[in-house]
Design a protein around this ligand. Structure first.
Ligand SMILES: [Fe+2]
Length: 269
């Protein structure tokens, strides 16, 4: 079975995962299906296919690939293969997304962004993602927000959450190393400061490509959001992505994560 990606985001041409939306119990739900048979035999990764994407879709899909990479290096299944691939994908996305966003006809940027999405797919196909995709799937399915936009918005907040783990400084070390490997900070920078640079860079990239940084910017009203918060949490518990989170999440923490991400408030717990 061949696969031809027509956006630069999902990496589905490399993985054994698919997501299907189903209308059930009077709401839309997203179900993850995993099977070896879903791994394509080969993929045609040609930038001609995504080159017609408008800027907004370019940013949405690239933020999905970014979420695959940044969540993946924090996931419990991270390993040397997935880490190396994620590092390359992140480097390419930061370099080429702003160019492809401003000039969709730039073939070099389209090519590298398209490769980045596939590389990110190879990475998270091995490491998987974690609660960013859990929060994003639930919010996206309930409010019909595109996948890349919802997981891209919550990426910053879930990364802050795992870096704030009171029982482990592992995530701080992981993201500090990432910032150093990408040349964002000096090698002798303090780990905490270096890890915070990752958050700063995500915010800067979002700003550069007009990507929302809070869930309220998706147009969902506060009233509608608060009315649905219990359903959102229920959906989170039905989402398999959270299994590999490096910091377990309580019901109350899911609720707070959503509220902070909705208001655009930095995670302080
Ligand atoms: Fe995704």
């Amino acid at each position: 079975m061949p696969a031809i990606p027509t956006t630069s985001g999902t990496g589905a041409e490399t993985t054994f995962v698919t997501v299907i939306s189903r209308y059930e119990d009077e709401i839309w739900k997203k179900y993850l299906y995993i099977h070896r048979g879903l791994i394509p035999t080969y993929a045609i990764v040609d930038p001609i296919f995504p080159s017609g994407m408008p800027p907004k879709l370019t940013a949405d899909t690239a933020f999905d690939a970014l979420a695959h990479s940044i969540e993946g290096i924090g996931s419990q299944w991270r390993n040397e293969f997935s880490n190396a691939l994620a590092l390359k994908a992140i480097e390419l996305i930061f370099k080429y997304l702003p160019i492809a966003f401003k000039d969709g006809k730039n073939q070099e940027a389209r090519d590298y962004l398209h490769q980045a999405a596939t590389i990110a797919g190879l990475s998270f196909g091995n490491s998987q993602v974690h609660i960013g995709h859990t929060l994003g799937h639930s919010f996206g399915s309930l409010f019909h927000v595109p996948h890349g936009r919802s997981v891209g918005i919550v990426l910053k907040y879930v990364t802050q959450f795992i870096m704030n783990d009171p029982n482990s400084d592992e995530a701080i070390k992981i993201y500090s190393k990432l910032a150093k490997q990408l040349g964002w900070v000096k090698w002798d920078e303090d780990d905490k400061n270096a890890s915070l640079e990752v958050i700063k860079r995500i915010e800067e990239l979002a700003k550069e490509v007009n990507f929302p940084i809070s869930l309220k910017e998706t147009g969902v009203s506060k009233e509608e959001f608060e009315k649905s918060i219990d359903t959102l949490i229920d959906l989170c518990y039905q989402d398999a992505s959270s299994t590999l989170t490096p910091r377990s999440v309580s019901d109350e923490e899911f609720r707070k994560l959503y509220r902070y991400a909705y208001d655009g408030k930095d995670i302080d717990f």
